[in-house]
Write a protein that binds this ligand. Structure first.
Ligand code: C2E
Ligand code: MG
Ligand code: MG
Length: 542
């Protein structure tokens, strides 16, 4: 028997495939020399191996062997085998490491660009087709950015191709660093790159990314040959589904857009459709100006009186932020608040307005001016994504403005999102003694019954229902119904945008409590509003 085994051993050591026998726990009972070489362990007998053997049947698979000096690949066959009366397996391993690495290399060559290691046109095509399918299913949009370097040819011509190559590698790196992990950047060849942005909430988002990439690439590059190489980039943008729904069309349109961008003087982006380009550029410019305005303290709070309909007295003020631009003059909030909301600048602006309004309110109280309520708008963004109750507590403590005289205005859409969290925030504000108003009521989807669940104090009827009184009877009925139902639910009701005596008379008949509007006064600078209050203190009506 022993001689039989040593003969078998001799035979098995002549072949280049590894042969082993393991027991059912994976402990090696026998191994030939090739197996020891392949697994880089000797002796193997007695060691336990984590080789995935399928106990039920003969199997065949490629496995990855981790060895001390790196990874090897083997093709494995195995079969159940009894050895010295113990159940186990015989395993044959063929070294296929070279074939695997050749395959990897082919894949790399086929799908990636050698110079920058970025995905190439083929991989982009596969990925984009897949993305279009996903976005179609989920009703989302994606953007394709085609980027071309300005003045790249000059670098190649003056500094040579090696410098050009080095530059392209650094460009690839800068673009990659600007993107989210889920985005893709591919190199199409030459100095052309494509960026794929999946699942973008707004078409402008593509322009924002484009702007940032252009800015990144306009900074000087340090190359071996020269440490101050300056180039630039132009970007063309096409959108799915707006501009097309196939790889070919999106690529073609991004290319067309790129030509528009270059026509425009390079160093800028363009969408395939011109109106998108114009509006995105305008918004981005506005965003940058607004950011500067906040830093340079160009914002001012204006105050619009809130008037008791029965007594005609000012009982409160709504704080409305305005922008005193050195060139364009005074800018109304409706022109910049929406942009601030898109960029989350609103959180910073909102915090400033709240502090400024409370500070001003405290000053007026100290001057013994008769002001009951200071109403401050809170955007849904601030409400959902910053801690408004902590902020309110902090500002009230800092300014010594009484919580009971602060009213926060929240729109219906701010309430609809994330209702459990909303409820908790409202309760917290309510416990601090702060009053809560629903702004622009009637424009959202909430029913009055739904609002009953929240601790609210005031309903502000949106001005769109007031404007056409007395000509639009539907609006009159809606306004009257909101007043009646609001009262049933225990709210005070305020009408916004009152401009005429007919409107005011009608509202008085419905029993509406408070109004705001140009008939009494537009929003005023603090000084002018204080004049109104002192005028009233001296026994006059406004
Ligand atoms: P809102 O809170 O509904 O403010 C009332 C708007 O109606 C103000 O517009 C006001 O000037 C205007 N208004 C008042 N009376 C009349 C009138 O009789 N007729 C007409 N046609 N309009 C009148 P404004 O100042 O342009 O503000 C627009 C919106 O901007 C505000 O609507 C508010 O939602 C937002 N906003 C203003 N300041 C802030 C702020 O500090 N934070 C936040 N998050 N939003 C603000
Ligand atoms: Mg308001
Ligand atoms: Mg309003």
């Amino acid at each position: 028997m022993a001689t039989q085994l040593s003969k078998l051993d001799l035979i098995l050591n002549t072949i280049t495939d590894g042969v082993l026998v393991v027991d059912s726990q994976g402990v090696v009972l026998y191994a030939n020399q090739a197996a020891e070489t392949l697994l880089a362990r000797s002796p193997l007998t007695g060691q336990s191996l984590a080789i995935p053997v399928n106990p039920d049947k003969n199997n065949y698979q490629d496995i990855n062997l981790i060895r001390p000096q790196g990874i090897a690949w083997a093709e494995m066959r195995s079969a159940p085998l009894e050895w010295d009366g113990r159940p186990g397996y015989v395993i044959a391993l063929r070294d296929i490491t070279e074939r695997k690495s050749a395959e990897e290399e082919i894949k790399q060559l086929a799908f990636y660009d050698l110079l920058t290691k970025l995905p190439n046109r083929r991989l982009l095509q596969e990925r984009l087709k897949h993305s279009i399918d996903v976005e179609r299913r989920e009703g989302k949009q994606l953007a394709l950015l085609m980027l071309d370097l300005d003045r790249f040819k000059a670098v190649n011509d003056n500094l040579g191709h090696l410098a050009g190559d080095e530059l392209l590698q650094q460009v690839a790196e800068r673009i990659k660093n600007r993107l989210r992990d889920v985005d893709m950047v591919a190199r199409l060849g030459g100095d052309e790159f494509i960026v794929l942005l999946e699942d973008i909430p707004h078409p402008d988002d593509a322009a924002r990314v484009a702007e940032k990439i252009i800015k990144d690439l306009s900074k000087p590059f340090k190359l071996t040959q020269s440490d101050d190489v300056r180039i630039g980039a132009s970007i063309g943008i096409s959108l799915y589904p707006q501009h097309g729904d196939s790889y070919e069309i999106l690529l073609d349109y991004a290319d067309t857009a790129l030509y528009h961008a270059k026509d425009n003087g390079r160093g800028c982006f363009a969408y395939f459709s011109e109106d998108l380009t114009t509006s995105a550029r305008r918004r981005i410019e506005m965003e940058n100006r607004l950011r500067r305005a906040v830093q340079q303290q160009e914002l001012r709070v204006f105050y619009q009186p809130q008037i008791d309909i029965v007594s005609g007295r000012i009982i409160g003020a709504e704080a409305l932020v305005h922008w005193q631009d050195p060139i364009d003059g005074l800018i109304r909030p409706s022109c910049f608040i929406p942009i601030a909301e898109e960029t989350s600048l609103i959180v910073e602006i909102g915090e400033w307005v709240l502090r400024e309004a409370c500070r001003q309110g405290r000053l007026w109280l100290d001057m013994e001016l008769p002001l009951l309520t200071m109403a401050v708008n809170v955007s849904p963004h601030q409400f959902q994504r910053s801690d408004i109750s902590a902020l309110a507590a902090k500002v009230l403590a800092e300014t010594h403005f009484p919580a009971g005289q602060l009213e926060l205005e929240i729109t219906e859409s701010g309430l609809m999102e994330n209702q459990d969290k909303t409820m908790a925030i409202l309760n917290n504000l309510h416990e601090q003694g702060i009053h809560l108003a629903i702004d622009d009521f009637g424009t959202g989807y909430s029913s009055l019954a739904y609002l009953k669940r929240f601790s609210l104090d005031v309903l502000k009827i949106d001005k769109s229902f007031i404007t056409e009184i007395p000509f639009n009877t539907d609006d009159m009925e809606i306004a009257a119904t909101i007043v009646a139902m609001g009262h049933t639910l225990g709210f005070k009701v305020l009408a916004e945008g009152v401009e005429t005596t007919e409107q005011l008379d009608f509202l008085r008949q419905t029993g509406c409590d408070i109004y705001q509007g140009f008939i009494a006064s537009p929003p005023l600078p603090a000084k002018n509003f204080a004049d109104l209050l002192s005028h009233q203190r001296n026994g006059n009506r406004i």
